[in-house]
Each structure stands twice: as structure tokens, then as C-alpha cells.
Ligand binder design. Structure first.
Ligand code: GDP
Ligand code: IMO
Ligand code: MG
Length: 432
């Protein structure tokens, strides 16, 4: 069922591209905002009137008073984390209403979090650098069909029976080194939190039908991607990825809507690259410039506060992201962070064993050994603060933007010039 009014926002790199800020901008005119993948490993920052909001499970559209906010089936739910987040948002002055959660969403239970840490420890120097939110183990249980769903909590007896069965299964299959948290404690805390969420007016429902009805009614629907293309379980830099479908195709499987319901796909690109956690990163900057950019861009994890690794824009990776996601337009963030750098670089291809590679390699063994081939471009001295009009941007910012557009054969329609809500230049409204 085609709908002219559906927008998908996807991170084009390794996450933290500034999706939260773009979602906040677009949700001001949206009627529905939907999270469709990941869990509370996401950290989406929105800054409005000097106040900073960090959303993990809540759709970033929750700031806009009119939107319907949906956490769809592809998202895994840590109920305690969600309750904490709602309470934090309320303290921040937000009214949490119109929040709908899929009854089919898998639960992240306390043992998933313990398992995440346990596996990371056992991986030793092969660790992934996860956010320790239980994401991998919770999705694993989902795919092995040994999980509980949010909807199971409607009936205490059903929930108890299912949890009991899963506990017996876990006890029979897990290493004896691993201690499961006490059954009663998990059972009681899940029910307790579920009831508190009900009291707060959260609706647990068939979100696929809810979204379908809104698509059919021609409403404006915004799909908020979490993580980024290169963290996708199938198409990212496996095993240094997350465990969900982070690409635009993830909308269909995560929200339960048909492909023809998707209209536009906006790729969010940070003006340079960042990566938190382990894994190959061909355009990584390894000298003191990395520290300068990290400080200026405040590149520290929203969830874990870990320092993010930083690098140049990588056209090999971005062309791949464009192909996988079908970006129809682009948003670029954090151009302001590059102000003052005399020379900037793009990685245009890789060199592997003397050969030039311009397709993103699917083999990690190859990717790890790829040397970047770079192209230099002049930077700009001026600060971008307070620039509201495209024509007032320094000439070299425009050249930088146009070089990206040419490479990706896609227009940049949104330009971020600072972290706050109003530090943005909108060249073309994607809703039009
Ligand atoms: P997300 O996970 O993609 O939503 O991104 P994060 O919120 O984890 O990280 C992006 C960071 O950059 C946040 O601290 C934002 O406030 C900030 N940010 C977003 N856009 C801009 C921008 O255009 N300029 C600057 N300086 N900061 C930005
Ligand atoms: P947003 O939505 C950046 C990374 C972790 C780790 C890997 C696996 O804010 O862009 P996980 O806990 O998911 O099993 O960790 O994925 N990661 C992110 N990096 N932004 C994110 O989300 C991320 N979510 C997960 O750092 O390398
Ligand atoms: Mg983030």
C-alpha cells in the first residue's frame, strides 16, 4: 500500500550520526514516529531550549506533543530500562502520552544483560565492545525461539509458566560458570514494572496493525532507525556489529509493513566518521588530530560514555550504505566540528595487497588489511555558529557538501551546524 508520507531515517555509518536531532526536526511535522530495531543500546540526543534529552528506547519524536510514538516489534524491550527512561523524561518535563509498544516485542531479561557481560569477558581480546545492555543474548534467544514477549505479561500464569520453562532450559544449556539471577526476583520485577507502565498509560498492542491503519489514512509516518548501516547484523562489519537489522529493509521486518509503503529514505551522515567499540575502521585517524576532533565533537558514547574513535569520511563505505539502503536524500551533521581544520580528507578507495578496491569488502579479513586511499580538500576557518542560510556558509563547506553529493549521487537536504534544535539548515522539506 503506497503512502507518499512515510520517511525512514537511517544512520549511514557506525551509529551516532545525529539521527536523534534529525528525527526531532522531522517529527515536528509527523503524526507517527516509529522505532523498529535495536533496544536501549541506542542513544539519541536531542537538545531543545538548552535542555538535553537522551533517548534510548523512546522514539525521539516523544518531544513533539502531537505525535503518536510507537515501539514496534523489531525492538527488544528492557522493561525496567524503559520505566527508568520514562521517569527521567517526565523529570525533564516531558509528558509521556501516546506511547504504543508491540505485544510481540521480545523482552530483554536481567540474565541477558549478565550474559552479554559474561560473553564479552570470555571473548577476551576478541571482544566486540558491546553496550552491555543484553542486546546480543536477547536477540539470540528470540531467534532460537526461547524468549518471552511483552504481551506474555498480560497473564501472570502464562508468564510464570513460560519463564519457568525458559529457566529450566537455560539451566540445562548454560555453562555452570554462569549464575542465573533468582527466578522469583526476575518474575516479580518484570510484573511489577509492567504494572507501573500500565499505570503510566503505556499501550501494549499490535503495532503492525496500528501503523497499517495510519498508513492507510495517509498520515505522516517517520521511522527512526537505531545504530547504523555498518552495524547491521547481515551487512555490517561482522562480528563487530549489533544484533538487529539497522538498514532501511529493517523497517519492513521490524514494523511489519510492506516494502511499497516506504516512500523516502534519508541517510544521516556525520561530516566525519566515528565508531564506538571494536572492529575495523579503514578511515580512522590515528594521530593527535583524532583527539582534537573527539573533543570538539564531544565524541563520547551517549549510553556508555566511552570515547568514540574518529576518522575521515569514507566514500567506499558510504557508497555501500547508499546501495544497501536506497537513500533518496541525505542529512549531514557536525560540519561545524570541522571548522578550523586546514585540510580535510575523503577516503575514495582502499588498497589491498597492491590492488585498488572500491567496493566495501564483505570479508572482515580483507577489510582489516585495507589501506585507505585519500583525496584532500581544503577546509574552512569560520565557525558555522549562527549561520541560518545556506548562502552564508563558507565556500569550502559548500564544496565539501557538493563533493559528497557527487560521490553518492544523492542530494543533501539537511545540514547540521551545531547540536541544538535550531542549529540546522533545511534546504528542502522531506515531507513535501
Ligand atoms: P544518534 O545516535 O545518531 O542520534 O547520535 P548521538 O545523539 O548518539 O550523537 C550525536 C551527537 O552529536 C549528539 O551529542 C548530538 O547532540 C550532536 N549533534 C547532532 N547534530 C550535530 C551538529 O550538526 N553539530 C554538532 N556540533 N553536534 C551535533
Ligand atoms: P545509536 O542508535 C553507536 C555498537 C557497540 C558495539 C556494537 C555491538 O545511538 O546510533 P550491542 O550492545 O548493540 O551488542 O553492541 O554496536 N553500538 C552502537 N554504536 N551507536 C549506537 O546506537 C550503537 N548501538 C550499538 O558500541 O560496537
Ligand atoms: Mg547514539
Amino acid at each position: 500500500m503506497p503512502n507518499e508520507k512515510t520517511l525512514v531515517v537511517i544512520g549511514a555509518q557506525w551509529g551516532d550520526e545525529g539521527k536523534g536531532k534529525i528525527i526531532d526536526l522531522l517529527s515536528q511535522n509527523a503524526e507517527v514516529v516509529v522505532r523498529f530495531n535495536g533496544g536501549n543500546n541506542a542513544g539519541h540526543t536531542v537538545i531543545v531550549d538548552g535542555k538535553t534529552y537522551r533517548f534510548r528506547l523512546l522514539p525521539s519524536g516523544i518531544i513533539s506533543p502531537k505525535t503518536l510514538n510507537v515501539i514496534a516489534t523489531g525492538v527488544i524491550i528492557n522493561l525496567n530500562g524503559l520505566l527508568e527512561e520514562i521517569e527521567e523524561a517526565e523529570k525533564n518535563g516531558l509528558l509521556i502520552k501516546n506511547l504504543y509498544i508491540s505485544d510481540r516485542s521480545p523482552l530483554v531479561l536481567p540474565y541477558h544483560i549478565l550474559l552479554d557481560k559474561f560473553y564479552e569477558e570470555k571473548r577476551g581480546n576478541k571482544k566486540i565492545g558491546t553496550t552491555a545492555r543484553g542486546i546480543g543474548p536477547a536477540y539470540t534467544d528470540h531467534f532460537s525461539r526461547d524468549t518471552l514477549h511483552v504481551g506474555d505479561l498480560f497473564d501472570k500464569e502464562v508468564f510464570k509458566e513460560k519463564l519457568n520453562y525458559i529457566y529450566s532450559l537455560k539451566k540445562a544449556t548454560l555453562s555452570s560458570d554462569f549464575q542465573l539471577p533468582p527466578f522469583e526476583e526476575v518474575y516479580n520485577s518484570q510484573l511489577n514494572t509492567f504494572e507501573k507502565l500500565m499505570e503510566k498509560g503505556v499501550t501494549i498492542t499490535d503495532t503492525s496493525k496500528l501503523i497499517y491503519d495510519h498508513i492507510k489514512a495517509g498520515k505522516k509516518i517517520l521511522f527512526e532507525g537505531a545504530q547504523g548501516t555498518l552495524l547491521d547484523i547481515n551487512f555490517g562489519t561482522y562480528p563487530f556489529v549489533t544484533s538487529s537489522f539497522t538498514i532501511s529493509g529493517g523497517v519492513c521486518v521490524g514494523a511489519g509493513i510492506p516494502p511499497q509503503s516506504i516512500n523516502k529514505v534519508i541517510g544521516v551522515i556525520k561530516a566525519y566518521t566515528s565508531r564506538v567499540g571494536e572492529g575495523p575502521f579503514p578511515s580512522e585517524i590515528k594521530d593527535e588530530l583524532a583527539e582534537i576532533i573527539r573533543e570538539k565533537g564531544q565524541e563520547y558514547g551517549t549510553v556508555t560514555r566511552r570515547p568514540r574513535r574518529v576518522g575521515w569520511l569514507d566514500f567506499v563505505a558510504l557508497r555501500y550504505a547508499k546501495r544497501i539502503n536506497g537513500f533518496t536524500e541525505l542529512a549531514i551533521t557536525k560540519l561545524d566540528v570541522l571548522s578550523g581544520l586546514e585540510k580535510l580528507k575523503f577516503v575514495v578507495a582502499y588498497k589491498y595487497k597492491g590492488r585498488i578496491i572500491d567496493e566495501f569488502p564483505s570479508s572482515l579479513n580483507i577489510l582489516e588489511k585495507c589501506e585507505p586511499i585519500t583525496e584532500e580538500i581544503s577546509g574552512w576557518k569560520q565557525s558555522l555558529k549562527n549561520i541560518k542560510n545556506y548562502n552564508d556558509l563558507p565556500e569550502n563547506v559548500i564544496k565539501y557538501k557538493e563533493r559528497i553529493e557527487k560521490e553518492l549521487e544523492t542530494k543533501i537536504t539537511i545540514i547540521g551546524t551545531g547540536p541544538a534544535r535550531d542549529e540546522i539548515i533545511l534546504l528542502k522539506d522531506p515531507w513535501e
